[in-house]
Every structure is written in C-alpha cells, then in structure tokens.
Ligand binder design. Structure first.
Ligand code: ATP
Length: 307
C-alpha cells in the first residue's frame, strides 16, 4: 500500500467591498478606529502552496494586473503569512507560493489581505498543522486589519481597526459592477489625506442601524440607499475622475456607485444580474478597459484543490 502525500493545496481568496466604512480620528497607536461592514465578492485570487526547500513567490495573471506592483520575495504578504504560521508552530518549513491574481493590486479590494488569509489556510492544510480557528484569526490580525475578515467571508461587521469580525446575516444576492483603475492608490496615503481633510473626525464610530436592517432586505434598492464610505470624498479629492465615473455609472442605471475602501476601484450596486451586465457593456463602450460583474456575498477562504 502507498500512502498519499499532499504536494500542493490551492485556496480561494475573495476580494471585499465595504458596504459601510466609518473612520474615526487616529488612536494613540496610530491606527484609525473603523466601524465597517465587509462583503466578499466572487472576484478572487487563488493561492497555491507547494512543498519546497525555500520560500518563493510567483505571480500568474493577465495583462490587466499591474505586475510591477506585486512585491517579489520576502516583501510579499504571502511569504510573511507563511513565515508567521511556521513560527507559530515552531516548524522549520518553507514552501513555494503561487498567486493566480485577478484582484487589482492596491485597488481598495484587500487583495493582498485575501492572499495572506488564503496562505494561512493553504499551509495549514499542506503541513497538516490543524491550527485552531481562534489561532488562525489571531495570526490573521497580526498580518493586517482586513485579513481576519478574509478568513471568515460572507457579510460581516468589522470593529477595532477592522480586525474584530462579527458575521451579519445578509438576505440578498448583491450584484456589483467593478471598475478597477489603471493605477492603484496607497492606503496609508489615503488615510493621511483623510486626517488632513477631516481633523474633526469622531473618536468613536459605529455601524448605523439602518445598514444592518437593510441587510435583512433582499431588495438591492434598500441597501443602495444606505451605502457609505468615509474615505470616498478623500479618494475623489486625490483622483477627481473617480467622482465623474460614479456619476456616469449612476446615470447609466446603477442603484449606487461607491469607491471601494481606500480606492481607487469603484463599485456599482445593481438591482439584478441583467442590469449589471447592461451597465458593464455601457462602461466598456465608454472606454473603460476592464469592467467586471461580481456578486456577493461569497464564502471566505476555502480549499479548491489538493494534489
Ligand atoms: P489594503 O488592504 O491596504 O486596503 P488594497 O486592497 O488597496 O490594500 P492590496 O492589493 O492588498 O491593495 O495591496 C496593497 C499593497 O500591498 C500593494 O501596494 C503591494 O505593494 C503590497 N502587497 C504585498 N503582497 C501583496 C499581494 N500578495 N498582493 C497584492 N499586493 C501585495
């Protein structure tokens, strides 16, 4: 009898949109308090972890992804995630990590965070470490504020600096049109500009009740009416064309257009799939090179292939 050995594990990593992003003034530790509602989208990367003698990272993507913005080697968050998991279990192991990327880089869709969450799960399975959910969430929070949510997925409230995640029931299928920008925006730069533009931001922020109530209604018009992102005016101040894009999308049939997180990706909530497909065609005809249709919520990181 031959024992089968797992040589590689592929885990799906979903992009996220913030249905609400309330931002307060910086805390003493420098982080901004956030009150957010996250939702995972069907737009995703896949991370494959393979047994190997040394850490390595490679990228597989189409031409519409900005390859130069993908850090090589140790600077990549997937290597940081792998090293953190190995250190947590005190195992002297390394792995090869391949990211098949569709999520725009530095787009406000937390693609790097999703890749990090997927790496934790892929290596946990590859090495059969059986890390508890609580430990995975704690390791994820050390990697970044959005990483715990990427593990959990679905629709969820985020508190603290975003890392305290509470799943929220969502009764709808939310159809989104996603319009990536040609070049990314730096999240720290957007937060610095927020501090300049909003010196009187509140010390504490909360998720409004009407947003939580809207999640209980499958009608996307109800949700569209309460979407809000405190970083949207900041991103538009840095990139005025984002405001023009949002106006154009709403004129062309979207229920609402929003900047995703720190931007610059814009998302349009539509009433149903047909309306999302029509808006995509209109925006492509208007000259936007990459326009995608995605639905949410989808599940968090999960294994899609063992070999
Ligand atoms: P944030 O999570 O900060 O809102 P974002 O969604 O705007 O970020 P990401 O695609 O996560 O954007 O990338 C943020 C930065 O992280 C990039 O500028 C890039 O240099 C760095 N980075 C490190 N590893 C990765 C990765 N695996 N994928 C994408 N970016 C990465």
């Amino acid at each position: 009898m031959t024992l089968s050995t797992t040589l590689s594990v592929t885990v799906r990593a979903a992009a996220k949109v913030n249905l609400h992003l309330g931002v307060g003034r910086p805390r003493p530790d420098g982080f901004h308090p956030l009150a957010t509602v996250y939702q995972t989208l069907s737009l995703h990367d896949d991370v494959t972890a393979s047994t190997g003698p040394a850490w390595s990272v490679s990228l597989v993507c189409e031409d519409d992804i900005d390859r130069d913005a993908f850090p090589a080697g140790e600077d990549n968050i997937v290597v940081r995630a792998g090293r953190l998991l190995a250190a947590h279990h005190d195992v002297g192991l390394a792995a090869g990590l391949t990211v098949r990327k569709s999520i725009p880089i530095a787009g406000g869709l937390a693609g790097g965070s999703a890749d990090a969450a997927a790496t934790l799960v892929a290596l946990d399975r590859l090495w059969d470490l059986q890390t508890s959910d609580a430990d995975l969430l704690a390791l994820a929070a050390r990697l970044g504020s959005d990483v715990p949510f990427a593990l959990v997925g679905g629709t969820a409230l985020g508190g603290g600096r975003g890392e305290l995640v509470t799943p929220a029931p969502d009764e709808g299928t939310r159809w989104w049109v996603v319009v990536p920008a040609r070049t990314g925006l730096s999240t720290p730069a957007v937060y610095r500009h927020f501090d300049e533009l909003c010196p009187d931001a509140p010390e504490e922020v909360t998720v409004p009740d009407d947003l939580v109530a809207a999640l209980g209604d499958p009608d996307n018009r109800v949700l569209a009416a309460v979407l809000r992102n405190d970083l949207q005016p900041v991103a538009i101040d840095l990139r005025p064309e984002l405001g023009e894009l949002i106006e154009a999308g709403e004129r062309a049939g979207a229920l609402r257009g929003i900047v995703s997180g720190s931007g610059p990706t814009c998302l349009f909530l539509c009433s149903d799939r047909g309306s999302a497909d029509r808006l995509r065609t209109t925006l492509l005809d208007a000259g936007h090179p990459r326009v995608l249709v995605a639905l949410g919520p989808v599940s968090g990181t999960h294994v899609v292939e063992y070999s």
